[in-house]
Design a protein. Structure first.
Length: 261
């Protein structure tokens, strides 16, 4: 089974095989500091110190807090940042590429920075105009962002099925509260998460697992999972603040280590 993520999470790297990053910064960029998160990890007011992040990553691994980043050597990564993004500066996303480049072969990293897109998940035909900034940040860009992620991680793929292929009976909810070790009411994580399991995966077939860690209301990966036998786990957040997974320290410093697992 392959386990792939849609956020640059390093904690359980030994269990993963790849990552897809849409307008995301490098692991532990904000170092638990909200001011730093807003200034450098979103707007790039100061250059992100990738060397420092790599050093901290190794320190966490040496202490047994996270898996050894050497497991990343065979992983693959897809990275996207729209050329018109006014929310997350492209230099922040470039820092993600530089960070992962310390561990991954350059041949295993695919990055797209030239699409004339605002801050969004780019799709082939769905969402607002690609150059428009609008919630829930899904752009009609004639560009298959989800497909690019899966193509990078799994190789050449056929076109995704039509939206009518979606079956609500394949979407299951689960409680996320037990995953928060303290004061879950103060966390921005929603009470429920969701996992989409295509019917083909329930027919004694081995399927891969894709975990989407995001808090900005949009994860358009279900349709692609239908034709490629992927268990697709969707972790949802409260909308009370503009959070993405761990980026605003909504779970305290411990989000960066394996304690929450």
């Amino acid at each position: 089974m392959k386990l792939v993520f849609s956020r640059p999470s390093i904690n359980y790297v030994n269990l993963k095989s790849g990552v897809g990053i849409i307008a995301g910064g490098p692991y532990y960029c904000a170092m638990g500091n909200l001011a730093l998160a807003e200034a450098d990890c979103i707007h790039a007011f100061s250059k992100i110190n990738v060397d420092r992040l790599v050093s901290l990553t190794q320190d966490f691994a040496d202490k047994g807090w996270i898996d050894d980043p050497s497991h990343l050597s065979s992983h693959k990564a897809y990275i996207f940042s729209g050329a018109l993004d006014t929310v997350v500066n492209q230099d922040v996303v470039l820092a993600s590429e530089q960070y992962l480049g310390r561990y991954l072969s350059s041949n295993n990293i695919v990055a797209d920075y030239n699409l004339q897109a605002e801050h969004c998940m780019p799709t082939l035909t769905y969402g607002e105009a690609c150059e428009v900034l609008s919630s829930p940040y899904i752009g009609d860009c004639s560009f298959d962002g989800a497909g690019k992620i899966f193509e990078t991680l799994y190789g050449d793929m056929t076109a995704p099925p039509s939206p009518t292929s979606f079956s609500s009976s394949s979407l299951y909810s689960f409680s996320q509260t037990p995953l928060i070790p303290y004061l879950p009411s103060l966390s921005s994580i929603a009470e429920e998460g969701f996992i989409y399991i295509p019917s083909s995966c329930l027919e004694d077939r081995e399927c891969n697992l894709h975990v989407a860690l995001h808090g900005c209301n949009q994860v358009l990966l279900i349709n692609f999972s239908l034709s490629h036998k992927l268990h697709l786990s969707l972790l949802s957040f409260f909308d009370s603040e503009p959070v993405c997974w761990g980026g605003w320290r909504c779970m305290g410093h411990e989000w960066r280590v394996q304690r929450l697992g």
